[in-house]
Design a protein around this ligand. Structure first.
Ligand code: TYD
Length: 235
């Protein structure tokens, strides 16, 4: 069976994971791999609609708020759709899938941030996602205070340019983010094989090099090498 390689990027808002995902996608494409990128929530037509409900800070007024359980269920509705429409088909074709956030985000944000508890999230993951787990998760976890600072600055910039702050989550207080941060650290302790933590505050290029080394070291363990477009024909 052709099976690609599934990599997720995780971290707090402002941790720099989206930038790193783009760097890794460019490097792996240059290496000749077929790379599919997406983000959660979003990444499918249904997911984009769910995303706008979940992230728009106006949802607080327009919808009278979103119950934590509804938020969790919407995150998983989005995930189910992207698994079926994007992730599983791409993996079946042998692609490397790079996904900006996945179930660890739900465990950290809804499970810990919203206090629903990690067990409910993991149960939902088993039911809705059939337990599909990434082969590798790159968790960008620089010190909490610097992530918060960057997220707030980014949100202020967005509000200044567009008149709205897109992200309901970035309005949350420090206690919320401390819970999110600690749950990420807990996931990393629990799943040492899958989760690689990048805790340094090094320059973007240095972290990108480090991530590429981790990924290149892991890829040969899999069939994905056989999927390289430029692989020379052997007789
Ligand atoms: P986004 O603008 O994509 O932020 P970032 O660049 O930091 O990823 O917003 C995604 C937001 O959604 C982010 O604040 C985390 C939140 N989120 C959850 O709370 N639970 C989830 O399961 C996912 C996927 C995201």
């Amino acid at each position: 069976m052709n099976r690609g390689y599934f990599i997720t990027f995780e971290g707090l808002d402002g941790s720099g994971k989206t930038t790193q995902l783009r760097h890794l996608a460019a490097s792996l494409s240059a290496d000749g791999y077929r790379v599919v990128t997406l983000r959660q929530p979003g990444g499918t037509p249904l997911g984009d609609r769910i995303r706008s409900v979940l992230l728009d800070s106006r949802s607080e007024d327009d919808l009278g708020g979103i119950a934590p359980e509804a938020e969790m269920a919407l995150m998983f509705a989005d995930r189910a759709q992207s698994l079926r429409q994007v992730i599983l088909p791409a993996l079946a074709e042998g692609a490397i899938v790079l996904c900006d956030r996945y179930t660890d985000s739900s465990e950290a944000y809804q499970g810990a941030g919203r206090d629903l508890g990690p067990e409910r999230i993991l149960a939902m993951h088993r039911t809705v996602c059939n337990g599909v787990q990434p082969d590798l998760t790159l968790l960008l976890l620089p010190p909490l205070h610097s992530s918060l600072h960057r997220a707030r600055r980014r949100n202020d910039r967005h509000a200044h340019q567009h008149g709205t702050d897109e992200n309901r989550f970035e309005r949350e207080g420090d206690l919320f983010y401390t819970r999110v941060y600690e749950q990420y650290a807990e996931i990393a302790r629990r799943e040492k094989q899958r989760v690689v933590v990048i805790a340094d505050e090094a320059p973007i290029a240095t972290i990108a090099t480090c991530i590429l080394e981790v990924v290149r070291a892991r890829l040969p363990e899999t069939d994905v090498l056989a999927q390289r477009r430029d692989r020379p024909q052997t007789l």
